[in-house]
Design a protein. Structure first.
Lengths: 842, 255, 329
């Protein structure tokens, strides 16, 4: 009887596509003494990989997912387990055709060959499809199917051949031991394994395993229904597993995929059927496998009817039988992205979960790289397990969001689309007043943030066409011209912004300065009372974040960062505190997010308004830009910080949460005579910043971009060492491979005569519509799009090839398969509005 | 010939089952439901017989309305006019079930449908009583053969074949008759998509049971202890071949 | 100690007592004070010694009052004989083997006597002379049901291997008593009219094979079955496969062994590269000897097997074939 080894350098739990590719890549990167265990037998231990439909459509609206998919396809091909079939995404409605046009934008932006085709062209390649049911299709020739089980075996064998791996199937994890916050031991029914690094790659079981260590992997097992019908004569005639393209019937949320003589029909249209990881049957209890649950016919019947419409010749044949039907389990997450990285709760315990077959090998490689030197080549920012706030890890939240998102798998999802379920989790102290003002709330990290205020509708009359109204429903969905009116009112007078969603944490202790200094690019060895805006880099000189740091005392630095990314930033800082600083040099991270609220006050009248409420000196001379200090505002003590993300004179006002509502009403009372208005995040997050050329992490900035490419370099580099310094110095010596530019759209008129407004993600092409390539070999695409009402222009940001990055250069942007002329307005951080920054420093 | 085929909804168990807390049943919350392979064969034979004789294949079950799923599945395979005797089946014994089926047969007879054959599975996959078919035959005063894997109908004569250790036992009996079916003689078909569509729309005749059940004598269910592993490893890889052949010779299967 | 008299319906094969009947007699001896046996359609005297050795004191030899009604199997007539023997012996417990015929005849008896019947009993849990609680196999043997029998005569069939065959402490040749059975013509309506060594159907060869070589996903492809079929041919056996193999279209469905395929009970089953999922196990667990070939020593099929070779079937099976050919010269 084989038992598990008593110790390992790393234990990988799970032998599905993710665990298998992970052990391969770890071995390839030089790891040895890897132990891989699974409670099931090999090669199919009974998880979701075993019943996957195994097809890959490379185009996704997310660049991160697309990159992982393309890398996975490359790996599958190298292993000889990929069969190219081509694939159609067919539209039954005009609305879907429009979505397919948008998909073309993504295809072009990510450089994937695709084209829109007619129903007849589909029927040519798929003769058993009834073209009269559809209006068109999106054709991707590189779509294919893989043998994911075979791929897993190959990858395991490679690690075995390298002498790096011990595989123990049929060993079930019964416990994970954590000592002093670090994983120490995996307990299995075959014995214990001592290990300081453990990866949970257990798909739908991952939450259960993580909980053994007190960690959370927020996903839920959910049912995806699938049937297989056959044998189909027209399919049986052809050799091999697949000889007809795969068809995704987008409007019915179904797919039809040939598998030898059989046709598989899968569905994402049925009601969300969620399970609990603890309720998944054991291998012994299962008829087929633990993740192939009994088929519930009534859920599938409507889809069957629709599939019959599309392929009457095959599915209407009485002799073609439904031979296999399952409710297959797969993993869904609250935001749809994978869950990757070291768990915030337990050092050394990693998650590699919620991954589809199409991303498996790419995820394996990226996580292995991350585990090796902290630097995955593909930025995994949107998949980082640290992104979740505690409330987002609860069962109720996960179930609510996954129930809502399940039917969006094939849905038409607007880039601005908001969640409907489990809202109202985090409310600012001024929430009630905001509701009274008709705030339209968007959610970030659980926070309800006013995106605009209906109470400002009266401004529309004041500004007329300057609010740049949008004619097309899609362009104006999740948008309001009131945003632009608020913007103009702020520029003319003043705006009051609820910024409670900031994540705020202090780095404290005698070693705080040195600790922060090692993390930030900017100099933080500054006087108490200085505010420093700084990029945060990884070891390769890519962006990890950008944020502001206030030095509040010699041993206290307050970090303020965006809510969406706050938890990841906090972990990044906490992971880099001195390990054994001792009494003289310790430093620690203290989370204050829920202790403080922040209100922004900006605009030419900001000083007048604040001046009415304080006796402190807030003159330009007395309270300079880039400084912060405590001031008295009426009866409140407020930490005022003179910076701006909207390019105006003003302050971030930080104060204890419970005082927030009072400050909010004081500012509004004082602001009234100055014409101040409440201003939503539509201005703060988009219009205000892009006019000023301010970059945003997650849009312009990510781990694949450098300070130089983003045009954010300063004349000097601080002498103190910091993460990424060496890479940054090297980057400064080289020509950037791409240059972040701000562009203006010169003509919005579409062929139909209607004016169209880009929303982000669109490809930038040459003046005549030709493809552009930067020196990375990437195609330029729009990272942020939005109104610049002060300029009367629609503004786009994009990384362009250096040769195209000249002010005045004329290019085009492709939107819904039409070209619009654009002009380069800025090739660095120079703002299109108030380029000298006179407003900020007035 | 009009055929009535009787099926029973049972949990689709793997090898390890979990009992309910009261020990009176199987915890089927995570399990699907099915009918036994014998009944699948019976449905197939019923459909084939109806087709061959220009008759009908009516499907019946005794159980709760959950069993409609199994009735519809049979309709998807070619059965018609599904009948549900709606009753909580856990308290019923084989005599009760036989009595309820007999009532439906008699009632349909009054309505003008005489079943030349009533088909059942050889034994139910869950209770394994091996007697409902025989009891039904006695209720109806009809001849019965159990364990039939194939049969032919020639006018009013039925030739039934039962696989035994000696070969195939052949019976000839007059219709109307009762046959219990053993899997293996026919390969049950799977439903087609059009069949499934038809099944969805089928109207189920729901019947109330006519008499109080006498019950089944169940005290409780229990799980048998797992047999310990007893494997003897003959060797590893190709080098084990001589030991394997030694064993095969000892067992008398290697000539 | 029970005060019952038990009657055991014997199923002789080829003039001798079958194994299952011997088990039934042993079982009856543990459940009753006195055991009678009944022979229908065979010569009771030739079985008396063997039945006596297993504790039967009386063997009833059924003879129809008219003609040779018992010369061919007729379940209702057999049942009539059992009912007559119950009357003759005063038995309050009737047993038969849990075979197709045992179950069928006792089901008829149950109808005739108007009593309950328990099929596939493995043990008697309690008996106060009037009410008897037995444990019997349900759910294909994955569970046991405790069932109470309260009728004046308790009917049960005995599951295979429910007990070890054991001679009585004081064996003696049983007394043979002829039993006249008056039959109604209706009792002979259903009667075996012919027994043919039938042509086996597609899965018949598999079900009747003495040796079955099993193959699972481990074979790797539709083209990988050469060595498997060679081994089956060398042993004069059949090939049986797991569900995944047929669903992948590598082999025809009639070769599938398992819950949704054939249930087999060969003398030797040789599963190659089959992990032993329950659905497959359900179809092959009745094999007398299981010899598993698998790379994984922990695979359920290996731990449940009698013998195993740990290794890749693509290496082991050709070596066995080679060895078989070599020994045959």
């Amino acid at each position: 009887m084989a038992t598990v080894p008593s110790s390992a350098r790393v234990v990988v739990i799970g032998a599905g596509i993710v665990g298998n590719s992970l052990v391969h890549h770890l071995a390839r990167l030089g790891w040895r003494d890897i132990v891989q265990i699974d409670k099931g037998p090999l090669p199919n231990p009974g998880g979701s990989t075993g019943h996957a439909s195994n097809f890959i459509f490379p185009v996704d609206h997310s660049r991160e997912i697309t990159d992982l998919t393309l890398d996975s396809m490359k790996q599958y091909k190298e292993m000889g387990v990929f069969t190219e079939s081509g694939g159609f995404e067919v539209a039954r409605t005009e609305e879907r055709m429009e979505e397919l046009r948008r998909r073309m934008s993504s295809a072009k932006a990510w450089g994937i060959e695709a084209e829109l085709v007619t129903p007849e062209q589909v029927a040519e390649k798929v003769p058993f499809l009834d073209p009269s049911v559809i209006v068109g299709a999106f054709w991707t020739p590189s779509v294919g199917v893989v043998d994911s089980l075979r791929a897993g075996t190959i990858m395991r064998e490679r690690a075995l051949e390298a002498g790096a791996l011990t595989v123990v199937p049929n060993a079930e994890v019964v416990g994970l031991d954590v000592e002093e916050g670090r994983i120490r031991r995996v307990r299995t029914d075959q014995g214990d394994i001592e290990a300081e690094t453990v990866v949970i790659a257990c798909g739908v079981w991952s939450p259960r395993i993580a909980r053994m260590a007190g960690a959370h992997i927020p996903l839920t097992p959910a049912v995806h229904q699938m049937i297989s019908v056959g044998p189909v004569p027209v399919l049986a005639e052809k050799e091999g597993e697949i000889s007809f393209p795969i068809v995704r019937d987008m409007d019915t949320f179904c797919y039809e995929r040939q598998h030898g003589a059989d046709m598989e029909v899968g569905s994402y249209a049925h009601r969300p059927i969620l399970h609990d990881p603890d309720e998944i049957p054991s291998i012994e209890q299962s008829k087929l496998s633990p993740t192939e649950l009994p088929f519930t016919e009534e859920d599938f019947d409507p889809q069957l009817e629709q599939a019959l419409e599309l392929m009457p010749e095959i599915l209407g044949d009485e002799s073609v039988e439904i031979r296999y039907a399952i409710n297959g389990l797969l993993s869904l997450t609250p935001d749809g992205a994978p869950v990757l990285g070291e768990t915030p709760e337990v050092k050394g315990l990693w998650s590699a979960a919620a991954v589809w077959i199409k991303e498996g090998p790419g995820v394996g490689r990226a996580v292995a790289e991350w585990m090796t030197d902290g630097l995955p080549e593909i930025d995994l920012g949107h998949s980082d397990i640290a992104r979740f706030y505690p409330h987002q890890r609860t069962r109720s939240h996960i179930r609510a969001r996954t129930s809502e998102s399940f039917n969006k798998t094939y849905g038409i999802v607007h880039p601005g689309e908001q969640w409907e379920s489990d809202r109202g989790s985090r409310l600012s102290p001024m929430h009630a007043d905001e509701v009274a003002r008709g705030a339209v709330f968007f959610e970030t990290a659980g926070w309800e943030r006013p995106h605009w205020y209906e109470s400002n509708a009266s401004l529309l009359e004041e500004y007329g066409d300057r609010v740049m109204p949008r004619e097309h429903e899609w362009d104006s969905r999740w948008w309001s011209p009131i945003i632009n009116a608020e913007h103009l009112a702020m520029r003319d007078r003043a705006g009051i912004v609820d910024l409670t969603a900031f994540a705020i944490f202090d780095v404290v202790g005698p070693g705080a300065m040195e600790a922060v200094q090692r993390i930030t690019v900017a100099q933080v060895d500054v006087k108490v009372g200085r505010v420093v805006y700084t990029p945060v880099l990884d070891g390769r000189g890519g962006f990890r974040s950008d944020l502001t740091v206030m030095r509040l005392a010699w041993d206290r630095f307050r970090v303020v960062t965006g809510g969406a990314h706050g938890m990841v930033d906090k972990k990044w800082f906490a992971d880099r505190m001195p390990a054994d600083g001792g009494a003289d040099n310790w430093a620690a991270v203290v989370d204050l997010t829920s202790a403080y609220t922040t209100i922004g006050l900006w605009g030419p009248r900001a000083r007048d308004i604040l001046g009415q409420l304080t006796r402190d000196d807030i003159s330009h001379e007395g309270f300079g830009f880039g400084t912060c200090r405590d001031i008295e505002v009426d009866s409140l003590s407020v930490l005022a910080s003179r910076i701006s993300y909207v390019g105006e004179l003003g302050w971030e006002l930080h104060l204890p949460f419970e005082h927030g509502a009072k400050l909010w009403s004081l500012l509004h009372e004082a602001g009234e005579q100055h014409g101040a208005v409440p201003v939503g995040i539509g201005v703060y997050g988009t219009t205000g910043r892009i006019e000023k050329g301010y970059r945003a992490y997650g849009f312009e900035l990510d781990a694949e971009r450098t300070i130089i490419e983003a045009g954010m370099q300063r004349p000097k580099v601080k002498s103190a060492d910091f993460v990424g310094r060496e890479a940054y110095l090297k980057q400064r010596e080289e020509q950037p491979a791409a240059v972040l530019c701000t562009l203006t759209v010169e003509d919005h008129t579409s062929r139909s005569g209607q004016k169209r407004y880009m929303l982000g993600g669109e490809p930038i092409l040459s003046k005549d519509g030709g493809e552009l390539l930067d020196d990375h070999g990437h195609r330029p695409y729009v990272t942020t799009a939005g109104s610049a009402p002060s300029l009367g222009k629609h503004v786009l940001m994009a990384y362009l090839p250096p040769s195209e990055a000249t002010v005045g250069n004329e290019l085009t942007v492709s939107y819904m398969e039409e070209l619009y002329p654009v002009r380069v307005g800025s090739v660095d951080t120079t703002a299109l509005f108030d380029p000298e920054n006179e407003r900020v420093k007035s | 010939m009009d055929v009535l085929v009787c099926i029973k909804r049972v949990p689709d168990t793997g090898g390890a089952i979990t009992l309910t807390d009261d020990g009176m049943g199987v915890d089927s919350r995570l399990l699907g439901h099915t009918v036994s392979p014998h009944e699948e064969a019976a449905v197939e034979l019923a459909v084939q017989t109806a087709k061959a004789t220009g008759g009908s294949a009516t499907v019946l079950t005794v159980g709760t309305d959950d069993s409609i799923e199994q009735l519809r599945n049979a309709v998807a395979l070619g059965c018609t006019s599904p009948v549900l005797v709606e009753v909580e089946p856990d308290r019923l014994g084989p005599a009760d079930v036989a009595g309820m089926i007999a009532d439906v047969v008699r009632r349909h007879e009054e309505r003008g449908t005489s079943y030349g054959l009533v088909l059942l599975g050889n034994d139910a996959a869950d209770t394994g009583d091996f007697q409902v078919g025989v009891r039904l035959a006695y209720e109806l005063g009809r001849p019965v053969v159990t364990g039939v894997s194939r049969f032919e109908v020639d006018g009013e004569e039925v030739t039934a074949r039962v696989e035994s250790t000696d070969g195939t036992d052949v019976y000839r009996l007059p219709a109307p008759a009762v046959l219990t079916v053993m899997e293996g003689g026919v390969e049950p078909r799977y439903p087609s998509v059009p069949g499934r569509m038809k099944a969805k729309k089928a109207v189920v005749e729901t019947v109330e049971p006519t008499h109080e059940p006498v019950g089944n004598g169940r005290v409780r269910l229990k799980l048998p202890p797992a047999p310990p592993t007893r494997v003897e490893i003959l060797g590893e890889g190709a080098s084990a071949a001589p030991a394997v052949v030694d064993l095969l010779e000892k067992l008398g299967v290697a000539r | 100690m029970s005060t019952r008299t038990a009657l055991v319906l014997l199923e002789p094969t080829g003039g001798a007592l079958s194994e299952v009947s011997a088990e039934s007699l042993t079982f009856a001896r543990h459940a009753a004070a006195e055991v009678h046996a009944l022979v229908v359609g065979a010569d009771a005297s030739t079985l008396a010694e063997e039945a006596g050795r297993l504790g039967a004191t009386v063997v009833h030899g059924a003879a129809a009052t008219s003609g040779d009604a018992f010369s061919a199997y007729a379940p209702a007539a057999w049942a009539a004989a059992v009912v007559a023997a119950v009357e003759a012996s005063g038995a309050t417990l009737v047993l038969a083997a849990g075979t197709p015929r045992g179950n069928e005849v006792l089901a008829h008896v149950a109808c005739r006597l108007g009593v309950a019947m328990a099929a596939n009993v493995v043990q008697v849990d309690g008996d106060d002379g009037g009410s008897m609680v037995v444990s019997r196999q349900v759910l294909g043997g994955t569970a046991l049901e405790e069932m109470r029998l309260t009728d004046r005569v308790a009917l049960l069939t005995v599951a295979g291997h429910a007990c070890e065959i054991e001679p009585a402490a004081a064996p003696a040749a049983a007394e043979v008593r002829p039993l006249d059975v008056a039959l109604d013509p209706r009792d002979l309506v259903v009667r075996v009219v012919e027994t043919v060594a039938g042509e086996p159907d597609a899965s018949g060869a598999l079900k009747s094979a003495k040796v079955v070589v099993g193959a699972g996903r481990g074979v790797g492809s539709a083209d990988g079955f050469k060595e498997i079929t060679d081994l089956a041919d060398l042993l004069g056996g059949a090939v049986g496969v797991s569900r995944v193999v047929t669903s992948l279209g590598w082999r025809p469905h009639h070769e599938q062994v398992g819950q949704t395929g054939s249930r087999i009970s060969p003398d030797v089953y040789i599963p190659c590269g089959i992990s032993g999922a329950i659905q497959h196990w359900a179809g092959c667990s009745s094999a007398k000897t299981i010899l598993a070939i698998n790379t994984d020593a922990e695979a359920p099929m290996v731990t449940k097997a009698h013998y195993a070779v740990i290794g890749d079937l693509h290496e082991v099976v050709p070596a066995i074939n080679e060895e078989l050919r070599r020994r045959r010269g």
